[in-house]
Ligand binder design. Structure first.
Ligand SMILES: [Zn+2]
Ligand SMILES: [Zn+2]
Length: 317
């Protein structure tokens, strides 16, 4: 008899649990409080730590980042300083991070609930959801983005770094969204939405945010698609700068992959989380398989099981 693993069971149950709530469908961490803690970790105050001491790990142990290399527990109000000298070798960073990780539990106050309990590895992952929910959430991200053309930055999507090509036209077709946007605008919105990027809300369309790694990026530094005159002048400025050999240049295009934090479930599979595929690949596969002509399959004869015929002792007798 075929057995079903716990993971398969979870995924099957999740498909029934999640209801497709149309305009509300979204992809976010299951635990809102975990996300709120994660938001406090900034590149300027939490850096040069190994995976043992990444922001999601500390947040799973109840800590927020308050001040330079400092963790703070809002429940017991204890702090834990995790200094790693800038000149530390990679081996020292690993050793130090491991040492601090042991303190993530013990540094809480005696009566703090975090001293005996923390969220396990599975708390930080792409949330389980049904294909219908995944597609609806993608469609919602796309629609919201495409309604604000002046906000959309020029984007970079490097297929060889991503390890997978994307047929934007096919995705657009499978999402069943109409619109008369330009080809470049459609492509940008599709790829931003595929990688989980969205406006924080209707009013804050000058930012893109990720609801899994809590990255928020201001869009004013990037070249935009729609404001042609500005884009032209930006291109010109850039050419002039290149000509003058000025080496420091802000990126003019938004990289849909690398703007996420390195631990983001959209672009990696967090260790121990049970997540099988990178978030964007899982989304891509779901939308593509939803567009496959299943109706045709219904009229096809069932596949013939492949039998390797061997002569048994009984037959040869
Ligand atoms: Zn505590
Ligand atoms: Zn992210």
């Amino acid at each position: 008899m075929a057995t079903i693993s716990k993971r398969q069971l979870d995924e099957t149950l999740a498909a029934f649990e999640t209801t497709v709530s149309g305009a509300d469908a979204t992809v976010k961490l299951k635990d809102d409080k975990l996300f709120e803690r994660l938001k406090t970790f900034k590149e300027t105050t939490w850096f040069a730590k190994s995976d043992d001491l990444s922001a999601p790990v500390c947040a799973r142990y109840g800590w927020i980042n308050r001040g330079l290399e400092t963790l703070y527990c809002p429940t017991c109000e204890n702090t834990l300083v995790c200094e790693i000298p800038a000149e530390a070798s990679p081996e020292e960073v690993l050793a130090k991070s491991k040492e601090y990780r042991d303190n993530l539990l013990t540094a809480h106050g005696e009566s703090c609930p975090w001293a005996i309990h923390h969220l396990d590895d599975t708390a930080y992952r792409l949330p389980l959801s049904s294909p219908a929910h995944t597609i609806q959430a993608f469609r919602n991200r796309y629609k919201a983005l495409s309604q604000h053309p002046p906000s959309i930055p020029k984007i970079v999507f490097n297929e060889s770094q991503a390890g997978r090509s994307v047929n934007v036209d096919l995705l657009h077709q499978n999402l069943h969204v109409d619109g008369d946007e330009s080809e470049e605008l459609t492509r940008s919105c599709i790829l931003l939405a595929l990688f989980g990027w969205e406006f924080p809300n209707e009013q804050a369309t000058d930012f893109l945010q990720c609801r899994l790694c809590a990255r928020i990026v201001g869009l004013w530094n990037y070249d935009h698609i729609v404001t042609l005159t500005d884009a032209d002048s930006a291109d010109r400025r850039k050419r002039i700068k290149v000509a003058q050999d000025i080496s420091v240049e802000l990126p003019s295009h938004f990289d849909v992959l690398w703007e996420h934090r390195s631990y983001c479930p959209w672009i990696c599979t967090p260790p121990g989380s049970g997540q099988q595929k990178l978030g964007w690949i899982a989304t891509l596969d779901t939308v593509l398989s939803a567009g496959k002509p299943n109706r045709l399959l219904a009229h096809m004869p069932p596949p013939i099981p492949k039998v390797t015929r061997t002569t048994t002792a009984l037959e040869s007798a």
